[in-house]
Design a protein around this ligand. Sequence first.
Ligand SMILES: NC(=O)c1ccc[n+]([C@@H]2O[C@H](COP(=O)([O-])OP(=O)(O)OC[C@H]3O[C@@H](n4cnc5c(N)ncnc54)[C@H](OP(=O)(O)O)[C@@H]3O)[C@@H](O)[C@H]2O)c1
Length: 245
Amino acid sequence: MGPMQKTIALVTGANKGIGKEIARQLLEAGQTVFIGSRDAERGKRAVAELGGDSRLLVLDVTDEQSIARAAAEVEALDILVNNAGIMTDGATGPEAQLDDFRRTYETNVFGVVAVTNAFLPALRRSSAPRIVNISSGTASLGASTDEDVRAAASGAPAMHSPGGITYRSSKAALNMITALYAQALPEFRVNALAPGIRATDLNDRARTLGQDPAEGAAGAVRLALLPEDGPTGAFFSFDGTSMPW
Ligand SMILES: NC(=O)c1ccc[n+]([C@@H]2O[C@H](COP(=O)([O-])OP(=O)(O)OC[C@H]3O[C@@H](n4cnc5c(N)ncnc54)[C@H](OP(=O)(O)O)[C@@H]3O)[C@@H](O)[C@H]2O)c1
């Protein structure tokens, strides 16, 4: 698949933030893009703003019926970007509430598996199926445990603190899910992306310290439009460099 070949993409949680930027860039590359949004009104506003060949797809990744209805609407799909994600708080293990773990995993882990499996029949009809899972650099076991990396990350406090356990462990699970889906689907390209800290509504740190979401989105679009001999089962930073698992 060449980057300019027309494909059909679905981006979950595309009504705002990084997801909306991924959708914008895929549209600019001439793709048809389903704008996944759990709220129809927010989704309609994004479609109106994005224009091009964007289409609303109401999809709550934690709701089985919503997923089934959405999957029934999409016959053919080339690219699935599992972008929808939440972060409940920055608690450490001893502070974290079990309900926050459950809520976070429902969206960031089980939501990805449920959506991916529901859209697999459509993806299998593609000649070049691609799955991009939006992970996080803060989920890297290597970066989170290596003392040198932790020391060097003084400008990125999340990497050298034990906080954010619900979110970071959910994205670490997503990384393993990425690696194993890639092995189970060798004809696909399945990769995870660390988009960098971006100015979005994800949390206060992102809102205040984050850089342009479009730069993180570009990393996802690169993985969405990988050529046939592109990598699979890998974890990349937004700039295309490898991330340690
Ligand atoms: N921002 C960062 O610094 C950063 C860094 C690393 C990774 N990420 C990851 O990037 C992805 C996008 O986050 P963001 O920063 O763009 O945050 P955001 O602005 O809060 O956007 C999150 C998106 O996910 C949607 N969403 C949440 N729960 C959903 C559900 N159950 N079903 C469907 N959609 C749902 C939201 O929809 P509503 O508008 O309806 O809430 C929204 O569209 C997430 O996976 C996040 O973990 C972000």
